[in-house]
Write a protein that binds this ligand. Structure first.
Ligand code: PFF
Length: 497
C-alpha cells in the first residue's frame, strides 16, 4: 500500500472530528434526552460525563490513533496482539450504527419533499404523528411484521449511501473539501433557527422548561446513565472513529487541547440547538394552550413530529423554516455518516492492503443492503432496539476496555509522557486517576445498571423474542465480525507486529 494519507493540517483534522461529533445526535437526540431527564439539571450530569468520560476517552483515542498511525484494531494490537479484537469490536460498532444512521438521514430527505404540504400534515400533533408513523414509516405492530419496503425511504437510504460513498472514496482531499461546507453550514442554520425561535412569543416558556432544573432528578441513576450514553454517541467516541481520524495526523500532533476543542465545540452546539428547539416548542405550547412538558415529552418523535407541527403554526415563512430545519439535519448528519463509513473502510484498507476505492465500495454495498430492514414497516422498531443494545452495552464495554488498556496495559505514565511531549495543555495526575479509576468505575456502574434493568423490564415493552433476536443478534454480529476479522490473515502484517 502507498504512503498513508494525511489531513491537510491540524485545523482540517479538528474540523473533521467536530463534523463527526456534531450530527443528528445534537439536534434530534440531545434536546429530548435533556427534557426527559430533569431539564436544566441534566446539564450537571451531562457536563460531568463530558469531563469524566468524554474528554479523557477522546484523548485516549487521539493518542492511540496518532501513535499507531492506523485503525483501532492495530492501535490496540500494538499494545498486545490479542487486544486487536477490542479494536475490531469498536469498528464493528461503527459499521452497525451507520446502517440505521443513514436510514434516519433517509427520513430527513423524504421530509424535505413533504414540505409543500406541511400546512396539511403539520396542522396538529395528531395529524403530524399520522404523517410520520402511518404515511411515512407505515409502522407495523411487531418487529417481525416487516410489511413492505417504504419506497421513498428506500430511495432516501440509497441517495444517502451514494453520497457518502462518493465523498469517502475520493480520499481525504475530497472529505476535507466537503467539511468546509458541512461543518459551518449547520452552525449558521441553527443560529438562524435560534434567532427565529427566541423572537417568537412564548419562547420564554420553552426556555424555562429547558433550563429550569429539577434537582430531585439528580438522585436518579437513570439520568446519569442517559448523560453518559449521550456523551458517547455525541462525541463519536467508543467506535474507533476518532482513532481512524487521528491516525491521519503526523506523530507530533498536539492531543489534549485538540480533544478539548472538539469536545467543547460539540457540547456547546448541543446546548445552542436546545435553544432553537425549546423556544419554538414554547411558542407552540402557548399558541395551542398546552403545557410545554406535554409537548416536549414526546421523545424521539421531537424532530419529525413536534418540531414541524410547531413550525407550521408560524405566522410567516413556514415552508422556508421547515426546509431550513431539514437541511440543517441533513448537513449535520452527513459528516457523521461519512466518518462512520471512513472508520470501517480504513480498517479494511489497513488490514487487507486494499485500495480506498475498493474498501469503501464493499462497505457501502454491504451496509446499504443490511439497511433494507430499516426501511420496511418494522424499520423504526429495529432501529430503536439495535440502538439501545449497541449503545448501552457495546460502546460502554469498549469505553471501559479503552481506559483499562491504556491505564494498565500501556501504563498511565507511558501514555501521559508520550502525549505530553507535544501537549499544549499537559496531562497531569488527574488524567491518570480519571482513566484508571473514575471513568471505568462510572461506566461499569452504567453497564451493570442497564443490564439489571434489562432483565427487570423488557426494553420499551418489546417482545422478548425480538429483543433477543434483534438486540442480541446485533451484538452477536459485532462479536462474530470482530472474531473473524481479527483472525483473518492480513496482508501487511501490521495488525500483529
Ligand atoms: N456523533 C454523531 C451524532 O451525534 O449524531 C453520531 C456518531 C458519529 C456516533 C460517528 C459515532 C460515530 F463514530
Amino acid at each position: 500500500m502507498g504512503e498513508r494519507e494525511h489531513w491537510k493540517n491540524r485545523s482540517t483534522f479538528i474540523m473533521a472530528a467536530v463534523g463527526s461529533a456534531i450530527g443528528l445526535g445534537n439536534l434530534w437526540r440531545f434536546p429530548y434526552i435533556a427534557a426527559q431527564n430533569g431539564g436544566g439539571a441534566f446539564l450537571i450530569p451531562y457536563f460531568t460525563a463530558l469531563v469524566t468520560a468524554g474528554i479523557p476517552i477522546m484523548i485516549i483515542e487521539y493518542g492511540l490513533g496518532i501513535r499507531s498511525q492506523s485503525s483501532a484494531n492495530v492501535a490496540f494490537g500494538d499494545i498486545n496482539p490479542k487486544l486487536r479484537y477490542i479494536g475490531w469490536m469498536a469498528i464493528m460498532g461503527a459499521f452497525v450504527i451507520n446502517i440505521y444512521y443513514c436510514a434516519v438521514m433517509g427520513w430527513a430527505l423524504k421530509y424535505l419533499f413533504d414540505i409543500g404540504s406541511i400546512s396539511q400534515w403539520g396542522s396538529s400533533i395528531a395529524a403530524s404523528k399520522t404523517h410520520f408513523f402511518v404515511d411515512t414509516l407505515g409502522v407495523s405492530d411487531h418487529p417481525f411484521h416487516f410489511g413492505g419496503i417504504q419506497w421513498p425511504l428506500f430511495a432516501g437510504l440509497l441517495v444517502t449511501w451514494l453520497t457518502i460513498w462518493q465523498i469517502v472514496k475520493g480520499g481525504l482531499g475530497r472529505v476535507g473539501k466537503v467539511l468546509l461546507y458541512s461543518v459551518p453550514l449547520p452552525v449558521i442554520l441553527v443560529i438562524i433557527l435560534v434567532v427565529r425561535g427566541l423572537t417568537l412569543p412564548g419562547a420564554a416558556e420553552g426556555l424555562n422548561y429547558y433550563l429550569s432544573p429539577d434537582w430531585a432528578r439528580l438522585l436518579d441513576g437513570q439520568v446519569w446513565l442517559a448523560a453518559y450514553g449521550q456523551i458517547f454517541f455525541s462525541l463519536s467516541v467508543g467506535f474507533g472513529t476518532m482513532i481512524a481520524y487521528s491516525s491521519f495526523m503526523p506523530r507530533d500532533t498536539e492531543i489534549p487541547n485538540s480533544a478539548a476543542i472538539t469536545s467543547f465545540a460539540n457540547c456547546a452546539f448541543s446546548f445552542l440547538a436546545g435553544f432553537a428547539v425549546f423556544s419554538v416548542l414554547g411558542y407552540f405550547a402557548v399558541a395551542s394552550n398546552l403545557p410545554v412538558g406535554e409537548v416536549a415529552g414526546s421523545g424521539p418523535g421531537l424532530a419529525f413530529v413536534v418540531y414541524p407541527t410547531a413550525l407550521a403554526t408560524l405566522p410567516v415563512w413556514v415552508k422556508g423554516f421547515a426546509a431550513l430545519f431539514f437541511i440543517t439535519l441533513l448537513s449535520l448528519g452527513i459528516d457523521s455518516a461519512f466518518s462512520l463509513l471512513e472508520t470501517v473502510a480504513t480498517a479494511l484498507s489497513d488490514k487487507f492492503n486494499m485500495s480506498r476505492h475498493k474498501s469503501t465500495t464493499i462497505v457501502a454495498l454491504v451496509s446499504f443492503s443490511l439497511g433494507i430492514p430499516f426501511v420496511t414497516q418494522a424499520g423504526i422498531l429495529w432501529l430503536d432496539i439495535v440502538d439501545h443494545f449497541i449503545l448501552s452495552y457495546l460502546i460502554t464495554f469498549v469505553g471501559i476496555a479503552e481506559c483499562i488498556i491504556v491505564a494498565y496495559f500501556l501504563g498511565v505514565k507511558n501514555f501521559t509522557d508520550e502525549v505530553n511531549k507535544t501537549a499544549e495543555i499537559k496531562l497531569g495526575k488527574i488524567f491518570g486517576i480519571m482513566i484508571s479509576v473514575v471513568t471505568p468505575a462510572m461506566l461499569i456502574v452504567s453497564f451493570v445498571t442497564s443490564l439489571v434493568q434489562e432483565f427487570k423490564t423488557p426494553y420499551e415493552g418489546y417482545p422478548i423474542s425480538a429483543l433477543i433476536l434483534i438486540g442480541g443478534g446485533s451484538l452477536l454480529i459485532v462479536i462474530l465480525g470482530a472474531a473473524i476479522l481479527g483472525r483473518a490473515n492480513t496482508n501487511n502484517g501490521s495488525e500483529r507486529r
